[in-house]
Design a protein around this ligand. Structure first.
Ligand code: NAD
Length: 507
């Protein structure tokens, strides 16, 4: 939803861009409302950049690049360490901002910051991964060395569901490697990025190295096509990820575009059902199901389904739904529109003949009446042709599909269009080993429901969950944000052989 200046209530503050080390208002006259999902109140309006605003922010990153790439690695990592210390000391402030605009409970907001901080810590040690190789005497008196160099200004386009962690999958490594950054956060929760930008300035990052561009498709399109931007890291829904990948690669950029998900957990008959039920509640309803690694489809194998569904349903009774600042377990959904869309999937599942075991549509929440509430919802006897199964719902809705065999369960997961995360629950090591070998998914958990890799590994799915060939952070992240150069050197000495027009060969 966009609005013009004339529609804007006078009391609402404007959330702008960050460029050249300070706030930048831009000149566009389009804005989007920013809402507190726990109250339904509009708390701000975010500027939606026009092309001129976007170019001004990209120019800041372009102009800052030459000096930053030539800043010594020692100085760059010193600033990374300072940023890490400030973030660690003040992460509570950032968590409150996230809760106020996203709605997730404060403890969960702190959790996402911690996972992002891991990448900052990984990037503090980047020197080891930027070391090149060197071969002396590759040919007679000829040495060959390899270097990795930064790309230039890079664009990061992030989704609403992790306003701190997802940008932090990328920018610590991009900056440590000597690139400059333009971050385009989600217009639904734009303030976390500005808080992070201020922290960078406090940590001593030179002006223009980290910039924030607020906006919608107009801003994104300029980042995707502007020749100054050399690489794009995108995270969001699959249709936009596909669009970003095709547009930016057509403009000569390196792209990693992470898309949507529909993550399955398979529970085998020999599993510990209490452990599995706990895991399903945590992974299905944590952050109101608005996680790309949430479990949204439970595949119950054999005759355990009744008992497992009963255990999950029992556990949902103890969950406290409400305002994320009140010590609750689960907050609201991000917008009223999204809340209603998720609820409509539950309606559709019911109409299609599935069994609504736990119904969150009329939940009594500990929060304001205007909040975007939808409680945990458990749907059993879901068939694979129902929209509640086929679509990414992105809400607190867990569908149970019953199958008879392990092979049926594997086929179900492997035949789906997404391949982000998956998990198996079993006490049979052989079955688990076969699962990790056969399953066509990028991130696999064995008795672990949300297998988000730690920062020194890389995060990314398969199939429609990732476009491009490089996953986020870890060594793949370092490769993404650097390019290789090989230097072949010969210093003339008395053995210099004179003119030879033949093709150079080792000798
Ligand atoms: P989204 O695709 O609507 O938006 C993502 C970003 O793209 C935002 O910055 C938005 O402003 C921009 N955007 C939206 N429409 C655009 C358009 N038409 N043209 C250009 N840019 C556009 O996603 P969202 O609703 O913010 O986030 C939820 C989605 O993100 C879910 O599908 C979820 O699975 C996915 N996600 C995936 C991962 C992963 O690691 N694979 C992680 C987090 C979220």
């Amino acid at each position: 939803m966009t609005q013009t200046v004339a529609d804007t209530p006078a009391t609402v503050s404007t959330i702008g861009h960050w460029s050249r080390g300070g706030a930048f208002a831009g000149s566009a006259d389009r804005f989007a409302p920013v809402t507190n999902p726990a109250t339904g109140e509009v708390t701000g309006q975010v500027a939606l950049a026009d092309v001129a605003d976007a170019r001004a922010v990209i120019d800041a990153a372009r102009e800052a690049f030459p000096a930053w790439r030539d800043t010594s690695l020692a100085k760059r990592t010193t600033i990374l360490f300072a940023f890490r210390e400030l973030l660690n000391a003040r992460k509570g402030e950032l968590a409150e901002i996230i809760t106020a605009e996203h709605g997730k409970v404060v403890s969960d907001a702190l959790g996402e910051i911690s996972r992002g901080q891991e990448v900052v810590e990984f990037a503090c040690g980047i020197a080891h991964l930027l070391k090149g190789g060197m071969t002396e005497n590759a040919s007679t008196k000829v040495d060959v060395a390899s270097l990795r160099q930064p790309l230039g200004p890079v664009g990061i386009i992030s989704p609403f569901n992790f306003p701190a962690m997802v940008p932090m999958w990328f920018f610590p490594i991009a900056i440590a490697a000597g690139n400059t950054v333009v971050l385009k956060p989600s217009e639904k929760d734009p303030s976390a990025a500005l808080w992070i930008a201020e922290l960078w300035t406090e940590a001593g990052l030179p002006d223009g190295v980290f910039n924030v561009l607020q906006g919608d498709k107009v801003a994104v399109d300029e980042v995707l096509t502007n020749p100054a931007i050399k690489a794009i890291s995108f995270v969001g829904s699959t249709p936009i990820a596909q669009y970003v990948y095709s547009t930016a690669t057509a403009h000569g950029k390196r792209v990693q575009a992470l898309g949507g998900a529909k993550n399955h957990a398979i529970v085998l008959p020999d599993a510990d059902l209490d452990l599995a039920a706990d895991a399903m509640v945590n992974a299905g309803f944590g952050s109101a199901g608005e996680r790309c690694m949430a479990i949204s489809a439970l595949v119950a194998v054999g005759d355990i389904a009744d008992e497992l569904v009963g255990k999950i349903a029992d556990r949902t009774k103890d969950l406290r739904i409400g305002d994320g600042t009140r010590g609750t377990d689960m907050g609201p959904l991000v917008t009223q529109v999204h809340r209603d869309k998720v609820a409509s999937y539950v309606d559709a599942g019911e109409a299609d003949g599935a069994t609504i075991v736990v119904d969150g549509r009329n939940v009594q929440a500990d929060g304001a009446a205007g909040g975007f509430w939808l409680g945990p919802t458990l749907i059993d006897h879901v068939r694979t042709d129902m929209s509640v199964y086929t679509d990414e719902i992105f809400g607190p809705v867990l569908s149970v599909v019953r199958v008879d065999t392990y092979d049926e369960a594997i086929d179900l997961v492997n035949s789906g269009p997404f391949g982000n995360g998956t998990a198996i629950f079993t006490n049979d090591g052989g079955a688990a080993r076969r699962f990790q070998n056969e399953i066509e998914v990028g991130m696999v958990g064995i008795n672990v429901p949300i297998p988000v890799p730690t920062a020194y590994y890389s995060f990314g799915g398969w199939k429609n969950s990732l476009f491009g060939d490089t996953h986020a952070h870890g060594t793949e992240g370092v490769h993404f944000y650097t390019r290789a150069k090989v230097v072949t050197t010969r210093w003339l000495d008395p053995s210099h052989g004179g003119i030879n027009l033949g093709f150079p060969q080792s000798n």
